[in-house]
Design a protein around this ligand. Structure first.
Ligand code: FPP
Length: 238
């Protein structure tokens, strides 16, 4: 089976640049190019949902100049690529904490979501200023407010209703999570949503991630036996 939702931790831009004697910003620029190619490839492969981890809530601890490079690249990506994404029927959604983002960034995120809201060919979810623990804590805060205001009965809190308070409300859980650069950890990405995700770790740095790497990850996924805590579906009938 093909995954309906692929999520990617785009790691290794800095190492890619370092290996070439280039500044880290060059790695991030090359990373945007890899992102463009990956969105196109996923669309052509018929993957309806693609989520990418573009900036984590922990990335604020990086040097100021690198943060402003990453913010600049996000702006550039949306300004340059939004028209093409829209033309191709891609719906853009942003998950992460909006509080504390610069007003021009916030406005671009809203513009991308509003312009593409009716698109149905493919969904691109950009995790920006995103951290899963932060997302879960913000969800719990909103849920507690609803309980305090009598809008929600504590007895009605369950995994399904809780998921409705997350930034990813309405987005299916990722079937496949890919991380590049050889690191094998989740780094505060989609902790709730990844409960039953399959993981594929790819050794190359993100700027080198190609269509062939995506195809190979999807093939590896197809060979996995997903049981969701149950038994093998082939055994279940016998
Ligand atoms: C990890 O590489 C990558 C990031 C922190 C950001 C990912 C960003 C992009 C691909 C470009 C920006 C795209 C948008 C839409 C904003 P790293 O810097 O952690 O690499 P390292 O581990 O080798 O240092």
């Amino acid at each position: 089976m093909k995954p309906a939702h692929v999520a990617i931790i785009m790691d290794g831009n800095g190492r890619w640049a370092g290996a070439r004697g280039l500044p880290r910003s060059a790695g991030h620029r090359a990373g945007v190019e890899a992102l463009r190619n990956t969105v196109r490839a996923a669309g052509e492969m018929g993957i309806p949902w693609l989520t990418v981890y573009a900036f984590s809530s922990e990335n604020w601890s990086r040097p100021k100049s690198e943060i402003s490079d990453l913010m600049g690249l996000l702006k550039l990506f949306i300004r340059r690529d939004l028209a093409e994404l829209h033309q191709n029927g891609v719906r853009v959604r942003i998950v992460g904490n909006r509080a504390g983002l610069a007003p021009d960034i916030e406005a671009l995120l809203v513009e991308a979501e509003t312009l593409t809201a009716q698109n149905r060919s493919m969904n691109l979810v950009i995790a920006f200023n995103y951290g899963a623990r932060d997302e879960i804590a913000r969800a719990a805060r909103r849920l507690a407010r609803d309980v305090a205001q009598g809008k929600l009965n504590p007895e009605d809190i369950n995994p399904e209703s809780f998921a409705g308070y997350l930034d990813t409300a309405g987005i299916p859980d990722p079937d496949l999570i890919i991380r590049t650069s050889g690191e094998q950890r989740l780094s505060n990405f989609l902790l709730w949503q990844a409960a039953y995700s399959e993981f594929v770790f790819v050794p190359c740095n993100w700027p080198d991630f190609s269509r062939a790497d995506l195809a190979a990850a999807i093939e590896a996924f197809a060979a996995r036996d997903r049981r969701f805590g149950g038994v093998d579906t082939r055994e279940a009938v016998s």
